[in-house]
Design a protein around this ligand. Structure first.
Ligand code: SAH
Ligand code: SF4
Ligand code: F3S
Length: 452
């Protein structure tokens, strides 16, 4: 690597702009680790002085491509002044747009997808040598994890991607096309990566995948392990205090997995379980593979094992053909489940998906009204969940300094954000906090110190 370092002397700094899901966050972290190890590149907080700019993009919802091109326009101005800098576009828009990106924005040097970013150091070497534009968007058999450097720990809470891709092909969704098929990493690789994070100071680990609970990976006993088996194994790792996972699909919520919330003390009482719609008609046309009764049964089972579990979901309003009655069914489902938090989106057609081939029939103003009605309901539920915490003493994992001076921020076991007066040295500790105030999306509290 020393030689490469010498050849690439003028490259010192790296800026990564990340959009999208936690898996993209994870990938960006790994890209930064990799570029540091390969070329000694140092992460900087703004693009202005960066020698290498990478965009890690998301194409899940509307105008994703437009956002990328307008951001690229900003980077072009930087490159006009410093032609030696390198601009790369990765992630799901990179995968989907491929060569089209360099046709529209010829100053982009590299286009890559979520499964090829481990080749970045090589690609950079190549363009420095030949000044060519490169596109690497084939989907190799999940080789990337074998090529990434050891994970560096970046704090109290770490993430590990355990599986890639999605085989569910919900009619509205691009993910199966951008991330490829479901492929699970071997159990021993996952455990090793978790151990590295724990050794680096993490006490909480989140296992990531577009469908984490579809995990089926080779175990150390040469048998296929399912997600629940993996959870029990991760929970046993020394030093792990909190375990989480995201995102789960209702179709893969087995009884064993529901039971794990009662049996694994480290598994935190929070679950993001997207349902998209409360209408049986729509669940069927969306190809979600279950109806509302099945979803209610899963929720009941989870609450039976873990009465305090905080639930969250994603919703789409205005899917083609959604009637007022379908939408009412969604509101009804939300009332029955009572979520701690929710993410609500207006449907937008995504290129290449089956839903994009039928007319986007719900008018924009109707979508807007439905979104507002759903948001009013879910926000009210979140507010009630937050307010119910006032006066309680909760365990908070201190994660970082808040924006306000002297304030620290952390999360409760059920994933609520708490701000409180504290010290930087408390980062990584789990501390009791008395909740004093509730806001829309967060809580405020007071640390209870041993002398109190
Ligand atoms: N794998 C997860 C989430 C994938 S994408 C799951 O299966 O639940 C995250 C969320 O984006 C989805 O849950 C969905 O609510 C939303 N989404 C995906 N495609 C969309 C589209 N075309 N229009 C609007 N929202 C969409
Ligand atoms: Fe998309 Fe459906 Fe796969 Fe989730 S399960 S990533 S919504 S296709
Ligand atoms: Fe977006 Fe790709 Fe993640 S489309 S949500 S970045 S898998």
């Amino acid at each position: 690597m020393k030689n490469e370092n010498q050849k690439l002397q003028s490259l010192d700094t790296l800026f990564i702009k990340t959009y999208g899901c936690q898996m993209n966050e994870y990938d960006s972290g790994r890209m930064a680790d990799m570029m540091k190890q390969a070329y000694g590149l140092r992460l900087v907080a703004t693009p202005d002085l960066a020698d290498v700019i990478l965009m890690n993009t998301c194409s899940v919802r509307e105008k994703a491509e437009d956002k990328v091109y307008s951001e690229l326009g900003r980077y072009k101005k930087l490159k006009d002044k410093r032609p030696d800098m390198i601009i790369g576009v990765g992630g799901c828009v990179g995968q989907q747009e491929g060569d089209r990106i360099q046709k529209r924005a010829p100053y982009v040097d590299i286009v890559f997808g979520p499964q090829t970013y481990h080749r970045l150091p090589e690609m950079i070497k190549e363009i420095r040598r030949n000044r060519v534009c490169l596109t690497e968007i084939d989907m190799p058999e999940i080789e990337k994890f074998d090529h990434l450097p050891k994970a560096e720990s970046h704090g109290a809470s770490g993430c590990v991607t355990i599986m890639e891709g999605c085989d569910k092909f919900c009619t509205f969704c691009v993910v199966p096309y951008t991330r490829g098929p479901e492929i699970s990493r071997p159990v021993s690789d996952i455990l090793d990566e978790c151990r590295e994070l724990l050794a680096g100071g993490a006490v909480e680990i989140s296992l990531l995948g577009q469908n984490v609970n579809a995990y089926r990976g080779p175990g150390p006993d040469e048998e296929e392990w399912d997600f629940t088996m993996l959870l029990y194994a991760v929970a046993e790792l020394a030093g792990l205090k909190r375990l989480r996972f995201s995102t789960s699909h209702p179709m893969e919520m087995t009884s064993e997995l529901c039971l794990a919330f009662a049996e694994i003390p480290q598994l935190m009482p929070y679950l993001h379980l997207p349902v998209q719609s409360g209408s049986d008609n729509l669940l069927k046309v969306m190809h979600r593979g279950h109806n509302r009764e099945t979803y209610f049964r899963i929720i009941d089972e989870l609450r039976e094992h873990c009465p305090d579990i905080a639930l969250s979901s994603d919703f789409i309003v205005g899917y083609p053909g959604e009637t007022e009655e379908d939408f009412e069914a969604t509101l009804d489902l939300v009332r029955r489940v009572d979520y701690g938090s929710a993410f609500c989106f207006k449907y937008s057609p995504r290129p290449g998906t089956p839903a994009s081939k039928v007319e986007d029939s719900v008018p924009e103003d109707v979508k807007d009204i439905r979104l507002q009605r759903l948001l009013a309901l879910t926000r009210e539920q979140t507010r009630a969940a937050m307010e119910s915490q006032i006066g309680k003493i909760v365990e908070v994992l201190v994660e970082k300094e808040s924006r306000d001076a002297g304030d620290m921020a952390g999360r409760t076991a059920d994933f609520k954000i708490v701000h409180f007066k504290g010290q930087k040295r408390q980062i990584g500790q789990i501390m009791p906090v008395r909740i004093t105030e509730a806001y829309g999306q967060s809580l405020r509290g007071e640390l209870i110190l041993a002398s109190d």
